[in-house]
Design a protein around this ligand. Structure first.
Ligand code: ISJ
Length: 382
């Protein structure tokens, strides 16, 4: 059955009332809200959360100067693993009637300007992103619930989220990147930076070799080191101890290899997961070095403000436990449109074509959830 046939007759709206206001599902544990979520200011959630026996949930925008969208649910369900351990068949998604941004000369141009800024010495690293816009017919709208089911089916190892946004929109994604997790005072962060496509349909040897090449790539290792150094320095004041591996390891998503460095520590008493996430966001995995200059250049070089793309999605409970993940491999999903987001780190060795291709592969993660392959979008990975 297609998502189309599940629309409520006459309303034109998809059957997405099954989705909670907020859910984050990952192998580390899952939270899904039940009932309504009361909006709260960032420094005023604790009392209400204690009263309700829940916590704070929501989204923090990419730009740390913009307001977060946080709330306290009336009730929530917390589990120790992913929301659904059972693989479910993929739900059919209608095809979009219009696709914009598959091939993006504007993005290539922005990368060229960023590479020039790196050579001029004003930036060491900057993450530049692009958007892909799909439009759907009123007669065959997108169902956010079907998209969420597909995210869970295709990305059991990722942090799969769905957060209700403005109007009938949902912010949804399968993030590979844990920015901060805290359990009983033990902190985890697993920054990723440095990426290589996994050759589609390749045999295991070819795939392994692509990962090994990434490990040996001086460009990717320096891109990665900038992230680890920045995060370690920002976490230090919040932690009693912090272990930072000297060498990254590989993390695989269905589409990409990434360099990652899992760090662990113990937070000082009273430091919550939200505090720690706030202290390090936006990391150079999504922004750049130096941070102020990168924020300015991103605003100048990208066509539109990122809003919640490249921001954080997560939850924290009154004991300070919580998880915050990066809003990437993600989209804003409404019945008539889906806007997909992807970025890539630009350093001295970057090329416009290479980063266009890398963002194309990253976009293909969410496209697969919508039932689309790169061959359906000429120029996407070019
Ligand atoms: C910006 C994205 O990914 C980030 C950038 C990476 C990189 O530049 O190598 C790798 C993982 C993420 O930290 C994205 O997926 O949109």
């Amino acid at each position: 059955m297609s998502a189309v046939s599940q629309a409520r007759p006459g309303s034109g709206a998809p059957a997405d009332e099954g989705l909670p206001e907020f859910s984050l599902s990952s192998p580390r544990g899952s939270v899904a809200t039940r009932g309504r979520v009361t909006p709260v200011a960032e420094d005023a959630w604790l009392g209400l959360a204690r009263e309700r026996g829940t916590g704070v949930v929501g989204m923090i925008p990419f730009d740390p100067a913009e307001p977060a969208r946080l709330g306290v649910p009336h009730a929530w369900t917390r589990t120790g693993g992913p929301a659904s351990a059972l693989p479910s068949p993929l739900r059919a998604i209608p095809r979009p009637w219009s696709i914009r941004g598959a091939d993006s000369p504007a993005y290539r141009e922005a990368v060229s300007r960023a590479v020039a800024a790196v050579h001029a010495g004003t930036l060491e690293k900057i993450v530049l992103s692009r958007l892909l816009e799909l439009e759907y017919d009123a007669d065959s709208p997108l169902s956010a619930e079907a998209v969420h089911r597909n995210l869970l089916s295709q990305h059991a190892a990722a942090h799969v989220f769905s957060v209700r946004g403005d109007g009938d929109e949902h912010h949804m994604g399968a993030s590979p990147e844990l920015v901060v997790g805290v359990r009983d005072g033990v902190l985890w962060t697993h920054p990723l930076a440095g990426s290589a496509p996994r050759p589609p349909g390749a045999d295991a040897t070819e795939d392994t070799q692509a990962g090994e090449r990434l490990m040996r790539s001086a460009k990717d290792r320096s891109e990665h080191a900038a992230v680890v150094t920045d995060i370690a320095a920002r976490l230090e004041p919040l932690c009693e101890e912090l272990t930072v591996p000297a060498v990254p390891t590989l993390l695989a998503t269905p589409q990409l290899w990434h360099l990652g460095t899992p760090m662990t520590g113990r937070v000082r008493p009273g430091v919550t997961a939200l505090d720690a996430a706030r202290a390090i966001h936006p990391t150079p995995a999504i922004c750049g070095v130096p941070r102020g200059e990168a924020l300015r250049s991103i605003a100048e070089l990208e066509g539109a403000p990122r809003g919640f793309f490249g921001g954080l999605v997560g939850w924290t409970d009154p004991r300070g436990d919580g998880d915050w993940v990066l809003n990437l491999r993600s989209a804003r999903v409404g019945p008539r449109a889906a806007t997909l987001f992807a970025g890539a780190g630009v350093v001295a060795g970057s090329t416009a074509r290479g980063e266009h291709r890398e963002t194309g592969v990253k976009l293909s993660t969410f496209l697969a959830v919508l039932g689309l392959a790169p061959v359906d979008l000429p120029g996407l990975i070019d």
